[in-house]
Design a protein around this ligand. Structure first.
Ligand code: MN
Length: 281
């Protein structure tokens, strides 16, 4: 599912087309909330969306402005240090935080990113503190499909609407995570949300990231410490997750600095390819 042009809703048609399904949500819905509304109404509109996907395209993808596919999630909750080899590169003598004993998600649990940090393929990662190190973190983004409160891991995957390529851009340093990761444009997502039925196995999602064409990160969700179902159990045990909320599931080893002029590419198997430039803010 896409958001495009003046925040209209679209569904992919074939490889490179788009059908406009904005009319499936009420005309009074603020345009930034249309995707949240579509996900909320999904059981009633899914058939209509599928029919639209099999009609003739209204647009060629290359002719529209692709916006972030969820421009205004109510909450973005994120998993810290959820891959063991990423833990290893963070702490220790040669780590990003030298000498610091980095724990894993088992002790940190989670943090919140400001929803205002979302940006799409139409934008750029903007660095405001160019004298400070800022890193890329490639992550599988989960989009919540229905209200989730105290959901056990056994049924957790039923609460997923879909998946989206997500970058958890991070200022390194002593400030709290929620500050360092919440700058405007520090949560690039897109180009589209792919519905959960198109992803064969949530425990085996492969993804990789390159900077200026050079591969820097590659892993699969098999290597997560807390898998996606456990994350939903953990977070829904604390807060009610709402349709359209995002979970950043954590980044594997290979994080590194980005600077103005770079281009970041993130591919997720069966989900999509996000490409976004970096510039000074
Ligand atoms: Mn992260």
């Amino acid at each position: 599912m896409y958001v495009f042009n003046d925040y209209r809703l679209g569904v992919g048609v074939g490889e490179d087309g788009l059908a406009d399904v904005t009319a499936l949500v009420g005309s009074g819905v603020p345009k930034l909330d249309r995707m949240t509304e579509l996900i909320t109404l999904w059981d009633d509109v899914a058939g209509e969306v599928r029919r639209a996907a099999n009609r003739e395209a209204d647009y060629a993808l290359c002719d529209v402005m692709i916006r972030p596919p969820q421009p205004r999630p109510r909450t973005i909750v994120a998993a810290p240090v959820n891959y063991l080899r990423h833990q290893a590169e963070m702490g220790g003598e040669a780590g990003i935080y030298p000498g610091y004993e980095v724990q894993t998600i088992e002790s940190y649990a989670g943090f919140i990113k400001a929803s205002s940090s979302v940006v799409g393929p139409d934008g750029a990662i903007e660095l405001r503190m160019t004298d400070r190190r800022v890193d890329h973190e490639a992550e599988v983004g989960v989009v919540i499909g229905r209200p989730a409160s105290r959901v056990p891991r056994e049924t957790a995957l039923e609460y997923i609407f879909g998946y989206v390529p997500l970058l958890d851009i991070t200022l390194r340093g002593p400030e709290d995570r929620s500050f360092r990761k919440s700058f405007d444009t520090f949560t690039p997502i897109g180009p589209a949300i792919v519905t959960a039925d198109e992803v064969p196995d949530a425990t085996k999602i492969a993804f990789w990231l390159s900077v200026n064409g050079e591969k820097r990160q590659q892993s699969t969700t098999e290597h997560l410490i807390f898998d996606i179902a456990q994350l939903i159990e953990l977070y829904s045990g604390a807060m009610t997750l709402q349709p359209g909320d995002l979970i950043a599931t954590g980044t594997p080893e290979g994080v590194g600095p980005i600077v103005p002029g770079d281009r970041i590419d993130l591919w997720i198997d069966n989900v999509g390819h996000l490409s976004i430039p970096v510039r000074a803010g």
